[in-house]
Write a protein that binds this ligand. Structure first.
Ligand code: ADP
Ligand code: MG
Length: 269
């Protein structure tokens, strides 16, 4: 059962940034695994037709019978789409390329922006006793991402420590504002996390300084270093936390999970 004294249980966080390759999927998988390691029950919703979160967690395309496509567009029980993964406490709703047509199919649906919101609030969600739901968004501000923003309590934005990192943020913030005005007034920004950070590189330091100057407290103290073990882990169908448990990447995602939990405890108090 979810805890009635905690208003946001499970806490739903959309991991979004319309730029591709900034670390959305990597952050979803590894933050999810780190929260699960802390004992929280976590569900990852793969909302990207590329299905990288599903592959990265070892759910092969042949094992994805029911997916986020059916969750959004068909009347299906959560129990039929939620799959367990090799990581204890971590489950997944997988995605396949089928989802790429959903964006267009959703258009004609009257409730098009609310489908994920409603699907994740089916009454049987309580039986999974989840603490967190992390949604891995596609690299676009399309209707799928809007569904994630309408369903979520907050948005977590991975920012790649590269030139032009901050450039797309105003567009993202504009979409968040629109969603607040039309569908989800309580939508918050969970935070911005710097990814693929290279402390020896002036550019990384510059991006970090810019982000902290412009966004202040929204930027997590923890930064995720560029670490080859992080990029290898998906080809072993594992989070870096289990693939190389003491790597710098694993330590950073654990620290990020702790910072996020601490922030949320403060908000709830
Ligand atoms: P997105 O989901 O935003 O498109 P990904 O999470 O797939 O981005 O990351 C893009 C690429 O960068 C992937 O190949 C991934 O393995 C790599 N990557 C992500 N984070 C790191 C990191 N901290 N260190 C090294 N490589 C990373
Ligand atoms: Mg991705």
């Amino acid at each position: 059962m979810s805890d009635p004294t905690r208003p946001e249980t499970p806490k739903i966080i959309a991991v979004a940034n319309q730029k591709g390759g900034v670390g959305k999927t990597t952050t979803t998988i590894n933050l999810g695994a780190a929260l699960a390691e802390l004992g929280h029950r976590v569900l990852i919703v793969d909302l990207d037709p590329q299905g990288n979160a599903s592959t990265g967690l070892g759910i092969e395309p042949g094992d994805r019978e029911f997916t986020t496509y059916e969750l959004l567009l068909e009347d299906i029980d959560l129990a039929d789409v939620i799959q367990s993964t090799a990581v204890p406490n971590l489950s997944l709703i997988p995605a396949t390329v089928d989802l790429s047509s959903a964006d267009i199919e959703l258009m004609s649906n009257e409730k098009r922006s609310f489908l994920l919101h409603d699907a994740l609030r089916q009454t049987d969600i309580d039986s999974f006793a989840l603490d967190f739901i992390l949604i891995d968004c596609p690299p676009s501000l399309n209707l799928l991402t809007v569904n994630a923003m309408v369903a979520a309590h907050s948005i977590l934005v991975p920012l790649q420590s590269e030139f032009f990192a901050l450039e797309g943020l105003s567009q993202l913030m504009l979409t968040i504002r629109e969603v607040r005005q039309t569908a989800n007034p309580k939508l918050r920004i969970e935070g911005v996390v710097l990814t693929m950070y290279d402390a020896r590189n002036n550019l990384s330091q510059q991006v970090e300084a810019d982000a902290r100057n412009n966004l202040g407290d929204l930027v997590f103290s923890v930064v995720i270093p560029r670490n080859v073990r992080v990029s290898e882990a998906p080809s072993y169908a594992q989070p870096v936390l289990t693939y190389d448990t003491t790597s710098r990447g694993a330590l950073a995602y654990r620290a990020l999970a702790r910072e996020l939990v601490k922030k949320n405890a403060k908000i709830a108090a």
